[in-house]
Ligand binder design. Sequence first.
Ligand code: PSU
Ligand code: MN
Length: 303
Amino acid sequence: MNRYLDVNPQVSAALAEGRPVVALESTIISHGMPYPQNVQTALAVEDIIRKNGAVPATIAVIGGRLKAGLTPEEIEYFGKKGQAITKASRRDLPVLCARGEDGATTVTTTMIIAHMAGIQIFATGGIGGVHRGAETTMDISADLEELAHTPVMVICAGAKSILDLGLTLEYLETHGVPVIGFGTEELPAFYTRTSGFRVDYRIDTPQELAAAFRVQRELGYPGGMLVTNPIPAEYSMDPAVINAAIDQAIAECNEKGIHGKATTPFLLARVAELTGGDSLASNIQLVFNNAALAAKTAAALTE
Ligand code: PSU
Ligand code: MN
């Protein structure tokens, strides 16, 4: 066991007994949603995972410790501290641990810590990807590289079109990451069920997802798998409304000269502001939907 890792006792008991566990990220809590909806959502997501037969493990860095499984008090602390917590990607963990600081885990670091703890399935909202204009900025999320190297299944609602979705798919293809559509042939774009881009495979059941992931492990591949699960139709948004907000947010981001790790949090917060409560409600529902699928898939994986 890694000496910087603390596995919550409920999580370690489940893993030792071969029961299903689902990892959850903490950047979505600190940087993805406002307080108090972020805490309410994080706790509700854990409940959905329990109701679907798995044990939740929300992942974060607290006081320099890599935590696999938070208490409700720790989730509350994270939600309140919000954007004041360092957004922690792969490169941030060494310094944060050495200094004993807090870090909100992105998809990248949640995968890293889940894998250290022995957790194979991870549910979130959206992943990072290749940004629009990446041909000059080289802004490509470390999430894609992590998917290429770390054997964790990430279940998300696709990626927001703050990114270049076509280039994101090209990158994943180059790096050998299978992109699965759950019940769809099309890559969902987070707030909307469609994007105009095709996924590699359509899979319709958690059992089939688990089977594909099991074979990936048996083949000895190092990397993970990306499952894109469309937002439930009743919560999906009008593409014209969401795309107008995204275009405006990107224009403001460029005008302000925002770059590096601040780009994604700025765009996410600005799109949420411009679209008001509608996008937050949709965001919450798609995370619930992904959590339920992840719990069922984790259960299928233990069968
Ligand atoms: N995209 C979303 N919601 C999110 C994120 C991205 O729609 O919450 C967060 C995730 O934690 C993701 C991170 O791993 O942003 C990617 O940041 P960057 O683009 O800086 O790699
Ligand atoms: Mn970036």
